[in-house]
Design a protein around this ligand. Structure first.
Ligand code: NAP
Length: 450
């Protein structure tokens, strides 16, 4: 039977993390059908593979995001890698518009001698390991952990706090999470006593949030200490920050409360070092020492003073930020590591708009903000997309489902995810836990089939 009803627009969203699912939500609320693609066989991106497993309330945003996948007209196509299984051009041809929200998954480097030594790892890799990411380097992380009594964490952002907390937290706290069993086993065998956290600027310039910072000292059996009380002698640029920013003022106050803290010899110790940048990692076959240079800070950043000291460490975790990478078929700004865009519309280097291609989340603006930041960001991109498409009818196609079937791509749908979810709950229950993350890709695929 013929109908005069307009053909619904069909949009592809690449990435099933928070920004992708917030974009899908806004698009479906505006009446579009949405296919959400992800290269992994499971949805939720950094909510599953970035947020620390012991941060239950932040991870519970997954329940909200799952509701998006339950909406009529929204389909999950997980286990589909754009660039390998399907190209950006094929997506643009098959859909009325494509929104790239694939995040910033790579690590940034320190570029100091010795960074390649065994025992020197990226926080992105360490986080992937403890969250049970299927691509995690399990052997590398577990051997680095087994060798460590003292750890250096470079960087003073929220990821550095997460990593430090996971390394020092009592086992009971970690057992109440969905961490894979092998991660719990490795952490329970660890003989780490000291974690040294290095900020290259002062306490006023740290990017962690106060709640996360304070949580470190609330861990049972853990003491936090400021290594050098002179770090609290704020230089003019830092004093001005404390005056103008309440979060900074609170952070500095918390750190002040840890100055000259008495350390309990039976506890694990977290040592905060500021004005401290690593200039070399030393060791014969694996890292054993970090050479740290003292810095001074002004408006331009941190400046080395030439004065150095050494910190013994068998594990060095660089937590100096995530980095986005390009995708074949889309422009890329390799200076800022983002997809160039104007209000979410992807643009070429000359500023011309790429028709049908949009961007949201970390690959749009860089790796900043909390999960909620992505909701507003995705809504802004969707507003641009809807304004461009206006009242034009959809192309009437069914996206790339048939193409993927033709190519033999093993797609995990929402039903497949529900089977994985049930399998993870069952695995958890068999271990006396609420759920346990399945980390192996083949096991995930098998679970998706029920
Ligand atoms: P971040 O906040 O940008 O922190 C990166 C840190 O690395 C900064 O302290 C930075 O110092 C330092 N750094 C960069 N290059 C360095 C170098 N070459 N040598 C020494 N230090 C260097 O990034 P992040 O911790 O990876 O977090 C990413 C985003 O996720 C943030 O927006 C964060 O808030 C969010 N997140 C939130 C939570 C939560 O809400 N619980 C948890 C995890 C992550 P400078 O400032 O001097 O550059």
């Amino acid at each position: 039977m013929w109908s005069d009803a307009p053909v619904t627009k069909r949009i592809a969203v690449v990435g099933a993390g928070p920004s992708g699912l917030y974009a899908a939500d806004a698009l479906s609320s505006a009446g579009a059908d949405v296919d959400v693609l992800d290269r992994l066989p499971v949805p939720f991106g950094l909510v599953r593979y970035g947020v620390a497993p012991d941060h239950h309330s932040i991870r519970s945003v997954r329940d909200t995001l799952q509701k998006v996948l339950e909406k009529p007209g929204v389909r999950l196509l997980a286990g589909v890698e754009v660039g390998r299984d399907v190209t950006v051009d094929e997506l643009v041809a098959a859909y009325d518009a494509v929104v790239l929200t694939y995040g910033a998954s790579r690590d940034r480097r320190l570029d100091v001698p010795g960074e390649e030594l065994a025992g020197s790892v990226a926080a992105t890799d360490f986080v992937a390991w403890y969250c049970g990411h299927p691509d995690a380097d399990r052997e590398g992380m577990e051997s680095a952990l087994a060798a460590a009594r003292s750890v250096v964490v470079v960087g003073v952002g929220n990821v550095a706090v997460d990593v430090t907390r996971v390394l020092t937290a009592p086992l009971g706290r970690l057992q109440a999470t969905d961490m894979p069993q092998h991660v719990l086993d490795a952490l329970s065998r660890s003989s780490i006593n000291d974690v040294h956290v290095l900020g290259r600027r002062g306490p006023a310039q740290a990017t962690w949030t106060t709640k996360e910072l304070k949580e470190l000292a609330e861990l049972d059996g853990v003491d936090v200490v400021l290594e050098d009380v002179h770090d609290l002698d704020l230089e003019p640029v830092s004093a001005a920050l404390v005056e103008s920013d309440r979060v900074v003022a609170r952070n500095v106050e918390v750190i002040r409360s840890w100055a000259e803290h008495e350390l309990d010899g039976t506890h694990r110790h977290i040592h905060l070092h500021f004005h401290a940048r690593p200039v070399e990692l030393r060791g014969t076959d694996r890292v054993s020492t970090v050479v740290v240079e003292r810095t001074t800070v002004d408006e331009a950043g941190a400046h080395g003073t030439g004065e150095t000291y050494e910190v013994g460490a068998q594990l060095v975790i660089r937590s100096v930020g995530y980095r986005g990478v390009g995708l074949e078929g889309a422009p890329f700004d390799d200076r800022r590591n983002v997809i160039p865009n104007v209000e979410g519309r992807v643009v070429e280097a000359d500023g011309s708009v790429v028709p049908g291609l949009y961007v949201a989340g970390w690959i749009k603006r860089g790796p900043t903000g909390i999960i909620g930041t992505n909701k507003k960001d995705a809504a802004a991109t969707v507003a641009s997309l809807l304004a461009d498409l206006g009242d034009v009818e959809g192309n009437g196609g069914d996206g790339i489902v048939a193409l993927l079937a033709e190519r033999g791509v093993d797609v995990v749908t929402f039903d497949g995810w529900k089977s994985i979810d049930a399998a993870e709950r069952a695995l958890g229950s068999s271990q006396g836990r609420e759920r346990t993350t399945i980390h192996d890709r083949d096991a995930l695929m098998a679970a998706s089939r029920g």
